[in-house]
Design a protein around this ligand. Structure first.
Ligand SMILES: [Zn+2]
Length: 200
């Protein structure tokens, strides 16, 4: 079997975000419609090399020379990342707020389940269907028998959750518009270029 180079680009973002994007994309069961399929490319090396926006050919050459079959994928920066969104303090604050709300939502169920497990009672009763569930088996926020939402959530929890979901949706939209306006004003979008060498 021969080898071929595959690549993708990603708008400028932190190395942590690049890594998590790569991990998602390279999962072996990730459904990719691209011809450049990164399924199973296990590792990513992030190079310190930074290329100017008009040096994409140089960047391509560098990546081709430095990626090998069965080796890790390699990423380089193209363009000025300091100009990338979020660039201003206001933009950074907006992104940070959105991330905080997202983190709250991501950890919501786990924190309620943890609270339940920390309570002294060994069993949890469902007020709706009357089932009694051993606390150590509680794995979800809804009743495993009747799926009642109030199983371990109080009315206050549910109201708070709804409020956070609404705030997050609003903040997501604010960030989306800020990003769009910012990107309209920069000609060459700074981005990551990631390449890997795979079986053909
Ligand atoms: Zn129930």
């Amino acid at each position: 079997m021969g080898a071929k180079m595959i690549s993708f680009t990603l708008d400028a973002c932190s190395k942590v975000e690049l890594k998590s994007f790569f991990n998602e994309k390279s999962r072996s069961n990730f459904e990719s419609e691209d011809e450049d399929n990164f399924n199973g490319v296990g590792r990513l090396t992030i190079s310190d090399r930074v290329f100017k926006s008009n040096e994409t050919t140089l960047a391509d050459d560098y990546l081709m020379e430095n990626t090998f079959k069965y080796g890790p994928a390699l990423a380089v920066q193209i363009g000025d990342f300091s100009k990338a969104f979020p660039a201003t303090l206001a933009q950074k604050k907006a992104v940070e707020k959105e991330q905080e709300l997202k983190n709250l939502l991501d950890g919501w169920d786990a924190s309620l389940i943890q609270r339940t497990k920390q309570s002294k009672s060994e069993f949890r009763g469902c007020k709706k269907c009357g089932s009694k569930i051993a606390v150590k088996y509680v794995k979800d926020t809804v009743c495993p028998v009747c799926t009642d939402l109030h199983f371990i959530s109080t009315e206050t929890d549910l109201k708070r959750l709804k409020k956070i979901q609404q705030d997050r949706a609003k903040q997501y939209e604010i960030v989306r518009v800020l990003r769009m306006e910012h990107n309209k004003n920069i000609n060459e979008k700074p981005h990551w270029l990631v390449m890997a060498c795979v079986d053909d």
